[in-house]
Write a protein that binds this ligand. Structure first.
Ligand code: ADP
Length: 397
């Protein structure tokens, strides 16, 4: 069975075609600047040359149609015809409280996703455009939706409720949902397999640290707590997001600076984090490259690391112990300095990093702690697309 995985954003669409026989990727690519005058399609067929095409693509329906054209193209294609695409899996950011697992798309599922637009106004409407675009282009192909929030639906009330009036939860579903669930689920599963242990027997913290970042405490094989909340703003300091802050700051700053709701939202989501503290960049590479002779970049890095450590400490306490800690995503997989800084001073928890193993570059999941380290520290490259393809395959087959 061949499964097409789609991650549709408001002006972009990423795709990967998997052959589920051996879970290999046949092609991947992206369509950028959808709805603008010169859209860009970048198609990477495995074993063939990359193709870049600049062309007007006004909507998602046309974008999906271009993707299919590329996949079946005589020269750049990887399958003979559309009929070879057996199923399509979509990444959906918000599944609310309704979706605890991946599901096959039906009219009822689509209505529920629409009802969740208000919880993820930037993401869910774009995902829906992707679903509709596939329906128009591949009318008889089953579609599956995989939610970033689903893995965290196992959190207990003590983790997911805010200490605010109950009516807000009842009326508006104001609670913590957590995100990056597909990634936390994938890397925890791989980590347990590499260690040859049952996931359910391990107390684990998975650190998904990219542009956005979240930590998850995994107990009994399930998400017990995670650092993102009702939206992906809560928790760690991120590239451009503030992460945790005293909520009283919001009305205070709105009043002092005469900001609107949109302006304060944009300040906290797009103009905070590493970017605000360093005054230099939201990109961790630029921060670490600059920090030896730039005090503000160093401060941004130190604050970022300090917050990761605070969450590690609190989750170890919440689980009454820790067996495995996993780093993943852009920063977690690549930044040797960040991993070193995070692990420093955590020997009391049983964390001892092996500096040589930490410095080694590899695309493989691996242990980077010393043989004596009580906690196994690991790097596991994430692969959300593969998990989406697997869920799609399992539901459709
Ligand atoms: P997103 O949240 O957009 O999916 P990614 O997981 O791709 O983000 O992570 C992007 C981040 O990873 C950027 O801040 C980038 O600087 C960082 N990154 C990538 N490679 C390195 C590296 N070698 N060293 C430090 N940071 C890196």
């Amino acid at each position: 069975m061949k499964v097409l995985v789609i991650n549709a954003g408001s002006s972009s669409l990423k795709y990967q075609l998997f052959d589920m026989k051996n879970e290999s990727v046949l092609a991947s690519g992206r369509v950028e600047r959808i709805g603008m005058d010169s859209s860009i399609v970048t198609h990477e067929p495995v074993g063939k040359e990359e193709v870049v095409e600049v062309k007007e693509i006004l909507d998602h329906i046309t974008a999906v149609s271009r993707v299919i054209d590329m996949l079946i193209h005589a020269e750049h294609g990887v399958v003979k015809s559309m009929a070879e695409i057996d199923a399509v899996g979509h990444r959906i950011v918000h599944g609310g409280e309704i979706f605890k697992n991946s599901v096959i798309v039906t009219d009822a599922v689509k209505s529920e996703i629409r009802r969740l637009f208000e919880l993820a106004p930037l993401h869910n409407p774009a995902h829906m455009m992707g679903i509709v675009a596939v329906e128009m282009n591949l009318p008889n192909v089953p579609q599956v939706v995989v939610f970033d929030t689903a893995f965290h639906q196992t959190m207990p009330k003590t983790s997911y409720l805010y200490a605010i009036p109950k009516s807000l939860y009842k009326r508006h579903k104001v609670r913590r949902y957590g995100f990056h669930g597909t990634s936390h689920a994938y890397v925890s599963d791989v980590a347990a397999k590499v260690l040859d242990k049952e996931l359910a027997s391990l107390k684990m913290i998975t650190c998904h640290i990219g542009n956005g970042g979240s930590l998850t405490a995994i107990l009994d094989g399930q998400s017990f707590d995670t650092s993102m909340g009702m939206t992906p703003l809560e928790g760690l300091m991120m590239g451009t997001r503030s992460g945790d802050l005293d909520p009283a700051i919001v009305p205070f700053v709105m009043n002092k600076e005469e900001l609107t709701l949109n302006e304060v939202n944009s300040m906290l989501n797009k103009h905070s984090g590493l970017l605000a503290v360093s005054g230099l960049s939201s990109d961790m590479r630029e921060i670490t490259d600059a920090m030896d002779d730039n005090e503000e970049a160093k401060l941004a890095f130190d604050m970022y690391v300090y917050r990761v450590k605070k969450y590690i400490g609190s989750y170890a306490a919440a689980m009454n112990g820790l067996d495995v800690m996993v780093f993943t995503a852009g920063v977690g997989e690549n930044s040797v300095v960040l991993r070193k800084a995070v692990c420093e001073g955590l020997t009391f928890l049983g964390i001892e990093l092996d500096e040589e193993l930490n410095a080694k570059r590899s695309k493989e999941p691996r242990v980077i702690s010393t043989p004596n380290s009580r906690v196994k520290v690991m790097v596991v490259p994430t692969n959300e697309e593969l998990l989406i393809a697997r869920d799609t395959y399992n539901l459709v087959k």
